[in-house]
Design a protein around this ligand. Sequence first.
Ligand code: TYC
Length: 115
Amino acid sequence: MLTDFWTMQDDGDDGDREGGTGVKLATRTRTGKPPLYKVLILNDDYTPMEFVVHVLERFFGLSHAQAFELMLTVHKKGVAVVGVFSYEIAETKVAMVMDFAQRHQHPLQCTMEKE
Ligand code: TYC
């Protein structure tokens, strides 16, 4: 769940938020770290290698050399992690890559999974 790392806690007797009314207000307290998500690129037989390299440069900030190497890893192994992000950033990257691939009529697949 998206809000896993939030819990509701009574703010106790510190007086901060009751303002002398005696009404206790719940306060949201961060506990632990937000979950991270891996973004993965999958191999296929049709997407041109140069298109994948361009995607990795454009959406994941890789240099041409890094992008070419990672593309070859996906080509040989079938899949690779291209970055690790918060849920919202990962979701946005996946949507942008999928939209870009579809607009260019390539079957490139990009997915995310919890780390
Ligand atoms: N296998 C593709 C080809 O030979 C290249 C490719 C690499 C496609 C990585 C997708 O994620 C991918 N044209």
